[in-house]
Design a protein around this ligand. Structure first.
Ligand code: SF4
Length: 207
């Protein structure tokens, strides 16, 4: 698993929990308004932080945190995700996955293995405008599969939509229809780079 950033303590990324946030590098989409380009475009990647380093940091924070969020980029692209979450669960942390929903088979595997306690999934736009919103062709059936999986399993989850200027302005009703009663929040577009990414490599940060 390629890890590009780590935030040791967040009060806002995991509902009801004090959590560390781990950011994976790489994404299969190219949303024009992505606020984490350093985690999406390989030419912008920093030297990855080793999984062992992150696990060591998390182990040291037992008793201070009660959750760990894996965000990105798109975490479900990483073959080592289940193994990483297994270790995180061994430490006793609740886990949350942030995903764009494009890999339902990964979400299913993680839910089956009880490796995720909460899933946040983006709803970018109504289906006819999805490819425009994410900058690449999209198989909407996979997104529907993830949504259905979350609902049918009764998995604690939250859907999120960012208001993209000019794209989702008039689509509230369509998007709420996709959310189909799942917990759903709207977020304002923030053009600035995500402030939660460390400006320096983790090795130089005191946690
Ligand atoms: S899915 Fe998320 S991380 Fe990937 S390009 Fe879109 S906004 Fe950025």
């Amino acid at each position: 698993m390629r890890i590009g950033g780590y935030v040791p303590c967040s009060l806002s990324d995991f509902p009801g929990r004090i959590a560390a946030v781990v950011f994976t590098q790489g994404c299969n989409w190219r949303c024009p308004w992505c606020h984490n380009p350093a985690l999406v475009y390989p030419e912008k990647f920093t030297e990855p932080i080793s999984v062992a380093t992150i696990l060591g940091r998390l182990a040291a924070r037992r008793g201070k945190l009660d959750g760990v969020v894996v965000s990105g980029g798109e975490p479900t692209l990483h073959g080592g995700l289940a193994a990483f979450l297994t270790e995180v669960k061994r430490f006793g942390f609740a886990t949350k996955l942030d995903t764009n929903g494009s890999h339902p088979e990964v979400v299913r595997t993680l839910l089956d293995a009880r490796l995720v306690d909460f899933v946040a999934m983006d709803i970018k736009a109504p289906w006819p405008r999805y490819a425009e919103a994410v900058g690449t062709p999209v198989n909407a059936a996979l997104l529907v599969e993830t949504l259905t999986l979350l609902r049918e399993r009764g998995a604690p989850h939250q859907l999120r939509t960012t208001r993209w200027p000019g794209l989702t302005d008039d689509d509230d009703a369509e998007i709420e229809k996709l959310a189909n009663g799942s917990p759903h929040i709207w977020q304002d577009f923030r053009p600035a780079p995500a402030p939660s990414l460390p400006a320096q490599p983790i090795q130089s940060r005191r946690l």
